[in-house]
Design a protein around this ligand. Structure first.
Ligand code: COI
Length: 355
């Protein structure tokens, strides 16, 4: 029998922000979920407590060797007033896959799901109302053992924090300009690219800062061996429509198994579109642009849902996509996924879980 979740509430809940003032990840709710792990006890003491700094020994393994994983999902307040999580089981599963790659002990999926449902249920007043806003959920596991030898830690902290959010990119659904990055690399096969772990994001910062200074919103990563095959776009999975074929790179180890990626593939297959999970080279994209068949490109991710790409720049050559406008498949995916998330459309795949 699973240990019950202890709940300690704040004496006075804080005032909630206005929906119109929400950015991404700046405001946190009144409570957080916490559980601990010790080698001899397993995961124990699951609890909800007031949101507060976490005491950590300066020798904690996470601070030195980055043994940590996280995930990100959202709760939506539907047009019918119900609160829904989008595919939480898939996120819980992915958190454990990331954990396995980082030698972090797995969580009982029932406990992680209960942690999300319990915490969001308690903080339901923090779920914003406006379509386009949501409550972002950040489950995280860190290695807390105070030990400077390099090996998997023997103690961990699992926590979940919540943040009411608006659009991830200030551009929203407006097409963005992307620089094709042929110098820095985000991940290579056999590495950490397939895991949601902080190191991947740290590895991306320099390229992304340089791109921003050059007037781009993000970079399109190429593979680490040949600097040839498309990988991810910024922190999102990438999809491109060339002629009638929609292509996304396969999950070969460098690419995060995105939940929005998976949802988009399922929808497009259901719509009868031609969808390929295969390697696509930047030369193929350049060739398609020259031939006039580069129809659409977009990123998929939890934070921004669908992010249209209006222009790609590769080695100084600019390629406008669909005249810099949002393409029809991009728009249809956005509308369909958002429709399901906010309870505006039926959910035939059973992707949402009511809280
Ligand atoms: C996403 O949800 O698209 C991300 O990976 C971004 C997140 C790290 C803020």
């Amino acid at each position: 029998m699973a240990e019950p979740i202890r709940i300690t509430k704040v004496p006075i809940p804080r005032p909630k922000p206005k929906d119109s003032e929400l950015g991404f990840g700046q405001i946190f709710t009144d409570h957080m979920f916490v559980a601990n792990f010790q080698e001899e006890k397993g995961w124990y003491d699951p609890r909800v407590e007031p949101y507060a700094p976490i005491p950590l020994d300066p020798a904690a393994a996470v601070l030195h060797y980055a043994q940590a994983v996280f995930d990100g999902l959202k709760a939506f307040r539907g047009v019918d007033g119900k609160i829904r999580l989008f595919r939480p089981q898939k996120h819980v599963e992915r958190l454990n896959l990331s954990a396995q790659r980082l030698c972090i002990p797995p969580l009982d999926p029932e406990l992680s799901l209960a942690s999300l449902v319990t915490l969001v249920g308690l903080e339901r007043d923090w779920v914003p109302r406006k379509v386009g806003t949501s409550l972002y959920i950040r489950p995280t596991i860190i290695a807390s053992e105070a030990f400077l030898g390099v090996r998997p830690a023997k103690s961990y902290i699992y926590f979940v924090i919540l943040s009411p959010v608006g659009a991830y990119y200030p551009e929203g659904m407006a097409p963005v300009k992307i620089k094709v990055e042929d110098r820095y690399v985000r991940a290579s096969e056999g590495g950490l690219g397939g895991a949601k772990t902080g190191g991947n994001y740290a590895a991306s910062l320099l390229a992304s800062e340089e791109a921003k200074h050059g007037g781009y919103t993000q970079v399109l990563w190429l593979d680490g061996v040949h600097r040839k095959y498309l990988d991810e776009v910024g922190t999102m999975n990438f999809m491109v429509k060339i002629g009638n074929e929609i292509i996304t790179p396969p999950l070969s180890g460098t690419i995060l198994a995105g939940v929005t990626r998976d949802s988009s593939l399922a929808l497009m297959r259901q719509w009868g579109l031609t969808v390929s999970e295969r390697q696509v080279s930047i030369d193929e994209v350049v060739g398609a642009h020259r031939a006039g068949t580069l129809a659409e490109a977009w990123g998929t991710g939890t934070a921004a849902v669908i992010s249209p790409v209006g222009e790609l720049t590769y080695r100084g050559d600019r390629m406008a996509i669909n005249g810099g406008r949002v393409g029809p498949v991009t728009q249809r995916l956005y509308d369909t996924i958002v429709g399901i998330q906010y309870g505006q459309a039926p959910d035939p795949h059973g992707w949402t879980v009511e809280v």
